[in-house]
Design a protein around this ligand. Structure first.
Ligand SMILES: [Zn+2]
Length: 271
């Protein structure tokens, strides 16, 4: 599943190539995605210049003067820019020409991704309006976490993965950030001291920023045994390491299931 770092890496790859370019030919090869691709995409986009590609949570926002194309990669979506003459691949759903030399392609074998069109401010779209703050933004810090967690019995790990608390902290990154912050994944969110929330917010930012940095050079199709992206695998301290020695204390990493997701932690280093 493409996680926030992969989506941000995609944005950084596309933006310099496509921003400011005018849309030419548009072809919807197969509209069947999680929601159907608008059949009038061509008439909406043709002749328009792309103003910017922004990201909100795991959504990419392709901004045009007349509206925004909201894109999500779902489970297996990917985007690329190639020459218009490049052979199509199976599961290429949409091709959008930019200028004379480039073509954007949306590819999605499992079809859980989508491309939606909105003429409203994209941030007010029903899928975006209730989202919590961006983890790498200034709004997200220890006091935001402490305020949001006050009085709540939910375990800290599913709390951290809740999009209304903060967006884009997937399973791998929640496990790793909690290890770095020394907080056990099962600890009740409402019982964590404010200094520990400060530390956790910093570690969430660090772990995501490092993954984005790595993603720039090693983005590929490799998936690990849980079907999650493997590009960050070299640096993982607890994720997928059950029974292996903790890098801090040497004791065995444990695995448990919280909110139906695998949790990995060191019982000595995390409390
Ligand atoms: Zn340890």
């Amino acid at each position: 599943v493409p996680e926030l770092p992969e989506v941000e890496t995609t944005r950084r790859g596309l933006a310099p190539l496509l921003t400011g370019k005018r849309v030419g030919k548009v072809e919807v090869l197969d509209p069947r995605l999680r929601w159907p691709v608008p059949t009038n995409l061509g008439s909406l986009l043709r002749g328009r210049s792309l103003r910017a590609i922004d990201r909100r949570a795991k959504y990419l926002l392709f901004r045009f003067s007349n509206g925004t194309l909201i894109a999500h990669l779902g489970m297996s979506g990917s985007m690329r820019v190639c020459a218009p003459t490049t052979a199509l691949r199976k599961h290429d759903h949409v091709r959008i020409g930019f200028g004379r030399e480039l073509e954007f392609r949306y590819h999605d074998p499992r079809r859980f991704g989508f491309l939606l069109w909105t003429e409203q401010p994209a941030e007010l779209h029903p899928r975006l309006v209730k989202l919590g703050p961006e983890p790498l933004g200034q709004e997200f810090d220890g006091s935001h976490l402490a305020r949001t967690a006050a009085g709540r019995k939910i375990a800290v790990k599913p709390f951290l993965m809740d999009n209304q608390v903060v967006v884009g902290v997937g399973n791998i990154y929640a496990n790793e950030a909690l290890f770095r912050a020394g907080i056990r994944p099962s600890r009740a969110a409402g019982k964590i001291a404010s200094t520990r929330w400060d530390r956790l917010a910093i570690e969430v930012k660090n772990v995501l920023a490092e993954a984005i940095q790595d993603g720039g050079t090693t983005l590929r199709d490799f998936l690990n045994s849980d079907g999650e992206p493997g590009y960050f695998v070299q640096k993982l301290q607890v994720y997928n390491r059950e029974g292996q020695p903790c890098n801090e204390c040497g004791g065995p990493i444990q695995r448990s299931v919280l909110g139906q997701r695998a949790s990995y932690f060191c019982p000595r280093c995390q409390c």
